[in-house]
Design a protein around this ligand. Structure first.
Ligand code: GLU
Length: 286
């Protein structure tokens, strides 16, 4: 039984190993750990599905930086690239619902279609996909796949939303939110270069890891609309959410990988202690 008989939250920090961690990541990781609390569990996940951008060197650096910062996570780091079977199984289930379709479009073809039609509704991730492959004749789809043409898989959003009906989730600070996944249009669930996408992998992982409170930056709040829908379609648990503020630089710009001077490595090289860096991120006194 946990201390005091009260069970804490299960949270995770889920960086993509495509660069070094900066102060904003430190904030996010500390926020996740604090949300788990003393009686909770804090997990680490490497979101490394992007073969072009993720590198093992960055994974090693992330672990080292988090350890230096004094963060302790539970044994058994989940590396997404080791779990492609889990995402394939989820795709199979979605296939069974008839809500997925193969998409052969290149970025250039999508851009050209948007320019041609003059209609470009914008979603949280940029222009909404104009549906080029949604109604392709079955025979054409079959032939193109048989010919080895690269394709991803998209969710037919209008039909998926209708199938799932109204959905809500709970954000600890913001309260009850109604899911509006339609803002994204037909999202990609499996990419051409890797057999899953961000939305699917995160939703499946949070379920399989038993995450009870998903904490992440408010830049990812819109993604929760899609994740809530996927939970409904796949019959998965819905965690609670906390979308935290983003740290900014002196000019008010949110921290990003280009802020080399605020990477945890360079702060450490400049002689700052872990305690001072935690304080810079708003956790504790220097
Ligand atoms: N991998 C994402 C990132 O580094 C976070 C994903 C999430 O927390 O849902 O921004």
């Amino acid at each position: 039984m946990a201390k005091g008989g009260q069970r804490g939250a299960v949270t995770r920090f889920a960086p993509s190993p495509s660069g070094f961690l900066h102060l904003g990541h430190a904030y996010s990781a500390l926020f996740a750990q604090a949300t788990a609390g003393e009686n909770g569990r804090f997990l680490l996940r490497m979101e490394n599905i992007d073969p072009g951008r993720c590198r093992p060197e960055y994974e090693a650096a992330i672990r080292e930086d988090l350890e230096w910062l004094g963060l302790g996570w539970e044994a058994g780091v989940r590396r997404q690239s080791d779990h492609m079977d889990d995402y394939a199984r989820a795709l199979e289930i979605l296939h069974g619902t008839g809500l997925l379709y193969p998409c052969f479009c290149t970025r250039a073809a999508i851009r050209a279609e948007i320019e041609r039609s003059g209609a470009a509704p914008h979603g949280p991730d940029g222009p909404v996909y104009p549906g080029i492959c949604r109604e392709l004749p079955r025979a054409e789809t079959r032939d193109r796949i048989a010919a080895g043409e690269a394709h991803g898989l998209r969710l037919d959003m209008a039909r998926a939303k209708a199938a799932a009906g109204p959905l809500v989730w709970h954000d600890r600070e913001r309260g009850r939110a109604e899911a509006r996944p339609e803002l994204f249009g037909d999202v990609v669930l499996a990419r051409k270069d890797t057999p899953t996408g961000y939305h699917l992998a995160v939703t499946v992982d949070d379920h399989l890891q038993g995450i009870t409170v998903v904490t992440r930056g408010e830049d990812l709040l819109p993604a929760t609309h899609v994740h809530r829908l996927l939970q409904a379609l796949l019959g998965l648990d819905t965690p609670e959410y906390r979308h935290h503020r983003l740290l900014t630089d002196d000019a008010g710009q949110r921290l990003a990988k280009r802020h080399d001077s605020l990477s945890l490595r360079s702060l450490r090289e400049r002689g700052l202690t872990a305690r001072e860096v935690r304080a810079m991120a708003g956790f504790g006194e220097a």
